[in-house]
Design a protein around this ligand. Structure first.
Ligand code: NAG
Ligand code: NAG
Ligand code: NAG
Length: 294
């Protein structure tokens, strides 16, 4: 009898482990779940999922008019942009969601150390809603994205939605272990001495196939608060290899553009970090427009 009981428990436990899905691991609910708008079937479709903090209304609006604009001038390309937020008490969000239909909100608390949950909810939404999207860009609201250059790169490379793609600027890094470091991780949270290769920060390109692989990896990978490292772990779990986009671009921050240290015309930059003010983004975008870059 006791043996039977033990075996039964093993069976129950085994079932639970194998059945663990992305929904079981991140059991949050969607509050606003925007529709995916189907575009022209002969074009490629890219979906931008932009992590944003609830109070950043002004910044989201600037993105809607600049790099996240669904009607920007990129030939044969359907663009869908959604903003990915967590819970907060801001009631303005309901109106914003009603007007723009691009707010993706889930019911976890919106905080910096919940960015992994936010990233995962973006992927859950994409898996469920964007069946006809070829590519995905996971980004943040403090970025500048030159989408035209990214789309050109994907086309030039001959990439297809069924290629297992996980693309961006990536490095191999050691966990920070020192007290006071911003991304300090304890040995309990992450025992290994090296992170797997992961796309750093807020510009990750996935193909549809890459998204599916990532989703399977997320269900199994070890949890870590650092959302970009977590995607690297998820990718490693399923053998999805990152592609370094730096051959055609490189990681860049706003100050390097504004000081002229980096020449955006010469350097073929595709993304830049540090655009956390609408008043920086909007005029800079106009400048890029006048130079024919966007
Ligand atoms: C919203 O406000 C209530 C009351 O002030 C508070 O208890 C709750 O934690 C807040 N929720 C969030 C997500 O900030
Ligand atoms: C993340 O969200 C969950 C669910 O709302 C909450 O219980 C938890 O405290 C949050 N974690 C952090 C670090 O903010
Ligand atoms: C990716 O490219 C950048 C820039 O050339 C380089 O610094 C980095 O080491 C590369 N990453 C890997 C893993 O090779």
């Amino acid at each position: 009898m006791l043996l039977k009981l033990i075996i039964l428990m093993i069976l129950l436990f085994a079932k639970e482990v194998s059945a663990r899905s992305i929904e079981d691991r991140f059991p949050y609910k969607f509050i606003y779940k925007p529709e995916f708008k189907k575009g022209d079937v002969n074009s490629i479709t890219i979906t931008l999922i932009v992590k944003s903090a609830v109070p950043n209304f002004r910044l989201r609006n600037a993105i809607r008019d600049t790099w996240g604009n669904e009607n920007q001038n990129i030939p044969n390309t359907n663009i869908r942009t959604v903003f990915n937020v967590g819970l907060s008490n801001a009631t303005k969000l309901a109106m914003e969601s009603y007007v723009f239909e691009d707010i993706l909100q889930s019911d976890f608390q919106d905080s910096y150390w919940n960015l992994t949950a936010k990233t995962v909810m973006g992927i859950r939404w994409a898996m469920e809603m964007c069946k006809s999207s070829d590519f995905f860009l996971l980004s943040d609201d403090d970025y500048l994205i030159l989408l035209k250059r990214i789309v050109d790169y994907l086309r030039r490379s001959g990439f297809h939605k069924n290629d297992p793609l996980y693309i961006g600027y990536f490095t191999s890094r050691r966990p920070q272990r020192e007290r006071g470091q911003k991304w300090k991780v304890s040995y309990e949270e992450y025992p290994r001495s090296l992170y797997p290769p992961f796309v750093v920060g807020g510009a990750v390109v996935l193909s549809r196939k890459g998204l599916e692989a990532m989703s399977q990896g997320i269900a199994k990978a070890q949890y870590i608060r650092l959302e970009d490292v977590f995607l690297g772990l998820a990718a490693e779990t399923v053998g999805l290899k990152p592609i370094n986009l730096s051959t055609v671009s490189r990681y860049c921050i706003k100050n390097q553009l504004f000081s002229g240290k980096v020449d955006i015309l010469k350097e073929k930059i595709m993304v830049s970090h540090g655009f956390n003010k609408a008043s920086d983004l909007e005029p800079y975008w106009e400048k890029l427009k006048s130079q024919g870059i966007v």
